[in-house]
Design a protein around this ligand. Sequence first.
Ligand code: SF4
Length: 474
Amino acid sequence: MAKLVQDIDRFVAGMKPETRASVHGSSKIKAEKRMDILAAEFDDADAVRKMAGQVKQHTLEHLADYLEQAEASLKRNGVHVHWAADGEEANRIVHDIMVQRGARKMVKSKSMVSEETELVPYLEERGMEAVETDLGEFIVQIDGDHPSHIVTPIVHKNRKEIAASFEREGLGPYTESPEELTAMARQHLRAKYLEADVGLTGANFVVAESGRIVLVTNEGNARFSMAATKTHIAMVGIEKLIPRDSDLPLFLSLLARSATGQRLTVYTQFIGGPKAESQQEGPEETHVVFLDNGRSKVLESNCREILRCIRCGACMNICPVYRQVSGHAYRHVYPGPVGAVLSPLLNRGGFSELADLPKASSLCGACQEVCPVDIPIPDLLVRLRNKGKEEHSPRTSIDTPGFGAWAMAASSPLVWKAGLTAGHAMNLTPKSLLNIHPSAKAWQKNHDLPPFEGGEFRSWLKHDAKSQGKENSK
Ligand code: SF4
């Protein structure tokens, strides 16, 4: 049965005004910074975005070959390569590595893929400790919360809430000073890095040609996660490949500018494998876990372009819907326009469960305009709306009585014509006889409804067709 109120509307109705203000303000600032830096530094930013999109699309079209090449390159560099069909398998591989190494403690750099597989609860249930070290993710973890943005996970929180959380967790006395809060987190996390046996990261890119794992952060926490630990595990979605090292400048310059309006993130790491004998620091063992988890199916679908995504978050920052509803309204790891496409396709509970998300868009096209890999997100959203319709998903069905009546009238020529006739009849009816809803009576006292003008286009078309016919028969 069609739902009258969608989950996303229900979520927004219960949203605190200060959460909306935090999300809106932060997204707007990032979107403006992105726009300024791209306009100032590229003669033709669109051409650069399109070029990056073509490289990613080419990689996707030859993904099996590039994955084989990446595996060979990684192994040549001394990296252990694992393949996981789904999140459960990926988590099990990570857990097994920890058990084999006699490890109990993990420090984690930010990784959306590990959010997708729910790695932290999986490890905790098995007696392991896994601590998030990205400041935003750390706050999310101590609050038992979820990230609401893929780049800035605590965009929905303000400093008062963070101060209260730190005080509650015994990190230090209540303070709203960002510097003091950061220092408290730093002190707490430094001890965790030194105690940990395993460091887990994601990967922003894996280069097929060289087997290089590329990581970007602004906090240096990925670097710390690998410096003191003996084992490094990178959990990577299979779509994160790029063909050559020479493609990196293009993607690195677009990623930082699109995500945070920076020329380059503060730390960019190129990892070639475990530490060499001559090196004093670094992991003795490096593992890459390539995760499918539904990506092969997306690759076969008519929405494969979404796998170009380099997770910059620019589409969220610009999206008028995301700015109003925040990331949690999307009910999945990936929010915003990218999530409205990707989340229903990757969802463990099936497409139908999130089939309403492609409707959370006005199709204004801003997401495609800012996307550094030029993903045609509005087209993909429409394709998914059609998929929902074809599969009779209840969440895609017409969900308000008003739209139901409109659809019935618009798809029946007879009802449509009757509506036009009724509209014209209203023009001849005295205002006092029109049965306006009681709530509109006060408004009606001082206003006139504009005259109904429906049907003009039909008459014009009929007239025009007749004149064309006469012209052609001359
Ligand atoms: S879809 Fe494009 S804009 Fe959105 S996160 Fe991915 S790369 Fe960035």
